[in-house]
Design a binder for this molecule. Structure first.
Ligand SMILES: C[S@@+](CC[C@H](N)C(=O)[O-])C[C@H]1O[C@@H](n2cnc3c(N)ncnc32)[C@H](O)[C@@H]1O
Length: 365
């Protein structure tokens, strides 16, 4: 039973209660926004608007996306969520009827148009993923024990990496889309990071080579190799002569090179695993004077100017961090990064923030 002091702590006015209740319900129902965005992505709503010259009515959308006429009102409700969230915009005519509403793209939904060079729609199913959600639902029981297996292993009986080859390419396509866009921006903003690489680079966990191919194209003097798991390498395209593929395990051996690239790798692993991977990287590169370095492309939580951080808000960064818990991964702050670099035997590092989502970290032996 609560003591009088504890009861004081729970007291609130009716207005306060009503506001708190609305806020609580808002947080509980926020997942619907993710699911609605996923539905619109699967249906190709952004492409439909683009095909209609950038403006589409509800019935245009229905006919373009194959919505059954009996479900038109459901589509209207979905579009109401997505316009309230700023993912699409809507203009109404004078008559108050959603039937004359005209939907348009915003800067967010432009990223979902397949013909855009900034196309990120394949990333949506990677983040709005029922396998991740069902794993994260087990957080309370997992946190209460010293269980060493990750939430994903616990929920699905194997590590994430054993399933990505059999998911119809969804994960690989999502990562490839992210790499295409990220490298476009990175090479424009801080290409010097790669320009300084003497002659060879190994992209560890480089999947089907989208990132390595972008580096090889921009810097033909760099011989680019991708190291990934055997099943992933077996499905890699055979037609890209600029990239060599090597099957292996980064915990065991990394082929020698002037630079090792790790893009979205270390956030998949807990500290002790990152230290093991970084030690293998250190063994693979020459000294700093001879041009050796590790290039990490990841989030540094809280890094960059306040304006850059606003792009990927503090809340989004910490949400991504807890999302990564499903495979025992971590989004790290600078002090967490520096701890693993020094424990792995590196002597120095330099962070270049690109925006709130991505930073480039050069780590020196
Ligand atoms: C999150 S994905 C990142 C892919 C790519 N670097 C990118 O940014 O698009 C992680 C990659 O690490 C690979 N991987 C996982 N465990 C590995 C291991 N032990 N050795 C080599 N690669 C591994 C996976 O197959 C996958 O391609």
């Amino acid at each position: 039973m609560a003591t009088p002091n504890q009861e004081d702590e729970l007291t609130m006015s009716t207005d306060e209660f009503l506001e708190a209740q609305a806020e609580l319900y808002h947080h509980c129902i926020a997942f619907v926004k993710s699911l609605t965005l996923k539905a619109a992505t699967d249906l190709g709503v952004a492409d439909a608007i683009h095909r209609r010259g950038g403006a589409a009515t509800l019935s245009d959308l229905a006919s373009e996306t194959g919505i059954h006429p009996t479900k038109l009102s459901n589509l209207r409700r979905i579009m109401r969520v997505l316009t309230a969230s700023g993912i699409f915009s809507v203009q109404h005519s004078d008559v108050v009827s959603d039937d004359d509403a005209v939907y348009k793209l915003t800067r967010v939904s432009r990223l979902l148009v397949k013909s855009s060079s900034y196309q990120l729609s394949p990333v949506v199913p990677v983040l709005v993923d029922p396998f991740a959600w069902s794993a994260l639902l087990r957080m309370p029981e997992w946190l209460a024990t010293d269980e060493r297996a990750s939430l994903f292993d616990l929920a699905h009986g194997c590590p994430l990496w054993d399933t990505t080859v059999e998911d119809g390419g969804l994960f690989k396509d999502g990562m490839a889309a992210d790499s295409r866009v990220a490298m476009h921006v990175l090479l424009a903003r801080c290409g010097g990071v790669f320009e300084a690489v003497r002659s060879s680079l190994v992209d560890v966990g480089g999947s089907h080579g989208t990132t390595a191919a972008a580096v090889a194209k921009a810097f033909p003097h760099i011989k680019c190799t991708v190291l990934d798991l055997p099943d992933v390498v077996a499905g890699a395209p055979a037609n890209d002569a600029a990239v060599t593929f090597v099957a292996g395990d980064m915990f065991e051996y990394i082929p020698p090179a002037d630079a090792i690239l790790l893009k979205w790798i270390l956030h998949d692993w807990k500290d002790e695993d990152c230290i093991k991977i970084l030690r293998r990287c250190k063994e693979a590169i020459p000294s700093r004077d001879a041009g050796g370095k590790v290039i990490i492309i990841e989030t540094v939580v809280g890094s960059g100017s306040p304006a850059a951080q606003q792009i990927f808000s503090k809340e989004a960064q910490v949400l991504m961090d807890v999302f990564m818990m499903y495979i025992d991964g971590i989004e790290r702050e600078e002090h967490e990064w520096s701890k693993i670099f020094f424990e792995a035997g590196f002597s120095d590092y330099k962070i270049t923030p690109i925006n709130g989502v991505l930073s480039v970290i050069e780590v020196y032996p």
